[in-house]
Design a protein around this ligand. Structure first.
Ligand code: GDP
Ligand code: MN
Length: 377
């Protein structure tokens, strides 16, 4: 999950990384009030989960509270690179003499992290890396060693950053570790004219797999600017990702769902979503999954692909039958049950004899059927 700048800013502050005073608002009137509290002159920053806001008109200086209100009015509701601006952050302007780039990013291939740092911050780091690769230092960080004081000093030196940046690099590593982040990026990290090191912008991606131990995340309100189906699914605790196709997919186990997407694509149709209902087979989860998928108007057929293990196919079949009591099935459902108690599961669905429920015995034949039904719908 990517965080908004203002959320990243809070994490930085929590771990001792200095940030400018700021407030987040969603109306022009509140923007004026916030600017008054912040001292009048403010930077108005669109809160959208994309970089390059500055160039796209999403970062503007306002000279006084009236100008802040006007700027907020201009920016709120506009589109920045496909993201609607729902909130703006007002920040105290900072006078700086140097802009740096620093980030920690997971290097999955190498099984470790990478510290990326440059004395040429403030601009698009990809451009700097492409035009002057020497200006960007890339230092591996072993996860079990982390960024110690000496490691931080080494990163700063390699990138040509002043030594006073090193303690900030250590704290940013703490942000990554303590907040279960996969990416922590600050661009720009600045040295102010009075010699302080301040994070003026922040991008943090947290690892969704750590949700179980990050109580704060679940307390967060759902993102009103995200995909509404994904928000509904998240609210129901479902592992759902919206895709662009027309065949809805439900499976048990992430690996099986991934291969189901491939097989459906191989049949010339496009999957409409990823949905892993996991190991359990409660009727409630099945009903929730079906209702989320069926509320996607693009869905023309649904493919339920289950390999029975500890949760046997008869239990899954029961859950489908019970889900059909609460969910009004409006499009065909192709079910493939295999593995533990597959025959009993198929018999249960045969007995139910729902006109829109079709069964297939193999994953390939089920995918073909679901694809045909979607195309002919
Ligand atoms: P981005 O374009 O989405 O990366 O947004 P940033 O928050 O990084 O802002 C873009 C640029 O605006 C920064 O690189 C700074 O040069 C400038 N900027 C942002 N905040 C301030 C500020 O408080 N004072 C000054 N002088 N410039 C700022
Ligand atoms: Mn930036």
């Amino acid at each position: 999950m990517d965080l908004y700048e203002h959320e990243a800013r809070e994490l930085f502050a929590r771990h001792g990384v200095s940030v400018p005073d700021a407030e987040v608002v969603d109306t022009p009137h509140e923007a004026r009030r916030a600017a008054e509290r912040l001292g009048g002159r403010v930077v108005v920053k669109a809160q959208v989960k994309t970089g390059g806001r500055g160039k796209a008109g999403g970062v503007k200086l306002a000279a006084d509270p009236a100008a802040a209100e006007l700027t907020a009015r201009q920016v709120l509701g506009t589109d920045i690179k496909g993201h609607t601006v729902g909130r703006v952050m007002l920040a105290q302007p900072v006078d700086f003499e140097a802009e740096f780039y620093v980030s920690y990013v997971l290097d999955r291939g190498a099984g470790r992290f990478l510290a990326i740092a440059s004395a040429e911050g403030g601009m698009d780091i990809e451009e700097v890396a492409a035009s002057r690769p020497d200006a960007v230092a890339r230092i591996p960080v072993e996860p079990d060693e982390g960024v110690t004081a000496s490691k931080a000093a080494g990163i700063a030196a390699a990138a040509g950053l002043p030594p006073e940046v090193a303690p900030v690099l250590e704290r940013l590593w703490q942000v990554l570790v303590r907040e279960d982040a996969l990416l922590v990026e600050v661009n720009p990290l600045v040295r102010t004219t009075d010699g302080r090191i301040l994070a003026l912008d922040g991008k943090v991606t947290v690892d969704d797999n750590a949700r179980f131990r990050q109580g704060r995340w679940s307390a967060q309100a759902p993102d009103p600017h995200g995909d509404p189906l994904e928000a509904a699914a998240t609210a129901k605790g479902l592992n759902y990702v919206k895709l662009d196709g027309e065949v809805g997919i439900i499976g048990n186990g992430a690996g099986l769902v991934m291969s189901t997407l491939d097989v459906v694509a191989g049949c010339g149709a496009r999957p409409a979503n990823f949905l892993d209902i996991g190991g359990g087979a409660s009727a409630e989860v099945m009903a929730d999954g079906l209702s989320v998928i069926l509320s996607d108007p693009a869905v023309k057929s649904v493919f339920v692909n289950v390999f029975g293990g500890i949760t046997a196919c008869d239990a899954v079949a029961d859950s489908i039958v019970r889900a059909l009591e609460s969910v009004h099935l409006t499009r065909p459902l192709v079910v493939r049950l295999d593995g533990n108690a597959a025959a009993r599961g198929r018999a249960i669905l045969d007995d139910r004899a729902h006109p829109l429920v079709h069964q297939a015995t193999t994953m390939d034949s089920a995918a073909r059927r679901a694809a045909q039904l979607a195309v002919s719908a």
